[in-house]
Each structure stands twice: as C-alpha cells, then as structure tokens.
Design a protein around this ligand. Structure first.
Ligand code: HEC
Ligand code: HEC
Length: 323
C-alpha cells in the first residue's frame, strides 16, 4: 500500500533551497503534484537529513574514495559527465550514469528497469563491484561504528542501523531531489515569451513530425516504457536481462529529458556526446535491428529543424537552486 503526499506538504517538510525558491517565485514546476511514498518509509526530516549525509559519505565504498555523489554530482544535475561510470579502485562500469533528479516519480530504476522499489535500488550501488564494492554487512558495520549515525538511526528506527533502514534513509533523500520550473514549464503555464521562436518550432516538431513525444511524454518526458532505439547492437542486452525475452534485447527505459542540456553524454552507453548528435541520430533512424521500435525511422529533418529541436530540448533545464 502506498499513500500520497502533495507538494504543499513536502514543501513544509523539506527545506531544500529549490523548494523555497519555487514557493517564493511562484514558478510553475511542471511536475506532478503527487508523490507516492511507501507506507513503511514515511518522509521525515530526520530520515532525509541522515540520507543526505550518507549520500556524500565515502564510507559506503570499499576503498573509501567513492560516495553516491561521486557519480551523481549535485553540480551536474546528479549525473557525472562521463561516458560510463567510474567506481572503486578506478573500475570502469558499462553504463552511463543517469541523472537521479525526479526519481520520486519514476516507476522503475536503472536503464533496464530491473528495480521498482527505490528502497532496494539505492542499496545496489553499494554492493556493485564496479561501483562501491562493499557487502551490505560491511556497510552496516561501518555506519554503526560512527556514533553520530548510530544515534540518529536509533532515534528513527527501533532496530537501529540495518541495511533495510540504510535503504530507507537513502531513498528518502533521493526522493527530495526534484527539479522542475524550467522555461518550458513557464511556457506551458501560459507565458508564451518564456521560450524562443526556435524552441517553439522545435516543440511543434517534438510533438509532431519528429515523433519524440510518442515516447518522451508526460511531466518527466518519459512513458516509463522500454524501447529499442537502435543505439548499439549486442553489447548490452538491456531489458532482456530482466525478462529473458529475445524480443526485449536492446530495449532500454525511456529516459527523462528534464535538464538533458547538462547531462551529456547521452544514451545507456554514453555513445552520443552532444544534443545535436542525438537529434542527428534520430533523424537517421537508428541502427536497423530486429527489435528496432517502429517509431525510430528516418525523419527527413532539415538542418534548421534539427537546430530547432535542440533549442526546444534546452528549454527543459531547471533554474538555479534546483539541482
Ligand atoms: C560508480 C558510480 C555510481 C555510484 C557510486 C552510484 N551510482 Fe547510482 N547509478 C550509476 C549508474 C551507472 C546507474 C545506472 C546503472 C544501470 O542502469 O544499470 C545508476 C543508477 C542510479 C539510480 C536509478 C536512476 C534511474 O533513473 O534509473 C539511482 C536512484 C541511483 N543510482 C542512486 C544512487 C545512490 C543512492 C548511490 C549511493 C548509495 C549511488 N547511486 C551510487 C552510477 C553510480
Ligand atoms: C520509440 C521511443 C522513442 C522515440 C520515438 C524517441 N525516443 Fe528518445 N529515447 C528513447 C529511449 C528508449 C532512449 C534511451 C536509448 C538508449 O539508451 O539506448 C532515448 C534517449 C534519448 C535521449 C538521451 C537522454 C539521456 O539522458 O541519455 C535524448 C536526448 C532523446 N532520447 C531525445 C529524443 C528526441 C529529440 C526524439 C525525437 C526526435 C526522441 N528522443 C524520440 C525513446 C524514444
């Protein structure tokens, strides 16, 4: 069972700079009003504060060099700017780090959607050998050894520091990482001057001829579905890992496009460096393969149209204070 909180309630509960800025300026957020919170992990100020501290703590990695924030950098919209991730002992991962902003609304996590509960998802980087490389037991022991943590967990949970509670506070903090209030949201709310004429033309293409909105829909510009966009062949099975179905080979979860201007490089493998490259990629129709989505096909966009689409994508960037 899940219950739901409204923005106004979370605005009271949280005191992030973003929440304050948005409330003061009456910026249209463009995000859903409701956030689903699991019954067994209510958002509390103490839990969020604890989760925030642990998010920045290198104790959660085997070599004590890597924290969650090493890969999800607040200054880079919670992505890292690398093609693929860099973890403990300099180990290189296989996938591009997604921005974790607005995770509170996502229905599944990871490029292949293999997790649907944020409380469980946030523990996986800790045990992943190319990310933080610890066991959960070791993580719990390290956290419990810090008196400040030990006391805070004891104050919030009857059973103190456990890996379940570690998952709870990390998930609570991640749920507070939200970013809306982009130029496009002001445009949607009726301020037609909030985006340039080029961006407006790009928006028409996005919803029309370029077919983008067929997958990048809704408040976060994702349908939460899995598609094969013909990005790379064979190297990463994608959704097939989860379902075992060959028809799911090379399918990945549609990413959100909010703040995409600053989350380069792009795609699950970080293979496209810039937004103009992404748009050129779509215009070309992707790499042909048996699972290629029928919406991925040559689009016949002119150079001007491609530039307009990029101008539109740049209107999805949230303002200062929202990272
Ligand atoms: C070494 C880099 C690295 C570290 C450290 C790391 N992550 Fe990640 N994170 C990634 C990568 C790469 C993915 C995507 C992996 C995949 O799709 O298989 C990801 C995915 C996620 C997602 C899912 C996002 C989505 O939309 O699918 C969340 C949430 C997340 N990480 C939170 C955390 C938390 C919390 C921590 C610390 C406990 C953490 N990460 C530590 C690299 C990292
Ligand atoms: C069939 C569904 C579908 C359509 C149509 C589609 N996309 Fe995507 N988009 C995806 C999927 C799935 C990914 C991730 C693919 C991957 O990593 O292999 C993606 C990735 C992206 C990314 C990279 C985001 C990131 O964080 O890495 C951008 C930017 C993007 N799409 C923009 C567009 C634009 C612009 C259009 C229209 C020209 C479009 N998309 C059409 C499904 C779609």
């Amino acid at each position: 069972m899940r219950y739901i909180v409204t923005w106004s309630l979370t605005l009271l509960a949280l005191s992030s700079g973003f929440a304050r800025a948005a409330a003061q300026e009456h910026v249209p957020l463009g995000l859903d009003l409701y956030v689903a919170i699991p019954d067994d992990n209510p958002l509390t100020a103490a839990g969020i504060a604890l989760g925030r501290e642990l998010f920045f703590d290198v104790r959660l990695s085997a070599d004590r060099q890597i924290s969650c924030s090493s890969c999800h950098l607040p200054a880079q919209y919670h992505a890292d700017g690398r093609q693929v991730s860099l973890g403990v002992y300099g180990r290189v991962g296989t996938r591009n780090v997604p921005s974790i902003l607005n995770s509170a609304w996502r229905e599944s996590f990871f490029w292949d959607g293999r997790q649907t509960k944020l409380e469980e998802q946030v523990l996986q980087p800790i045990v992943n050998p190319v990310e933080m490389g610890l066991t959960l037991e070791a993580a719990v022991t390290r956290v419990a050894a810090v008196e400040r943590y030990e006391q805070s967990f004891a104050a919030s949970f009857a059973d103190g520091v456990t890996h379940e509670n570690l998952g709870r506070v990390l998930a609570s903090f991640v749920r507070t990482l939200r970013a809306g209030g982009a130029a496009f949201d002001r445009f949607s709310a009726g301020d037609s001057a909030a985006i340039s004429p080029a961006a407006h033309r790009g928006y028409r293409l996005f919803v029309g001829k370029a077919l983008c909105m067929r997958c990048h829909s809704g408040a976060l510009f994702t349908d939460e579905e899995f598609h094969n966009s013909g990005v790379s062949l064979g190297r990463d099975a994608g959704r097939e890992f989860v379902t075992g179905l060959q028809t799911d080979r090379g399918k990945f979860r549609t990413p959100s496009l909010r703040n995409v201007e600053f989350t380069a490089p792009y795609m699950h493998d970080g293979s496209l460096a810039t937004l103009p490259e992404v748009v050129r990629f779509y215009d070309g129709g992707g790499i042909v393969n048996p699972n290629l989505d029928r919406l991925i096909r040559p689009l016949g966009l002119s150079d001007d149209e491609q530039r307009d689409l990029v101008a539109f994508l740049e209107t999805l960037t949230s303002g200062v204070g929202s990272r």
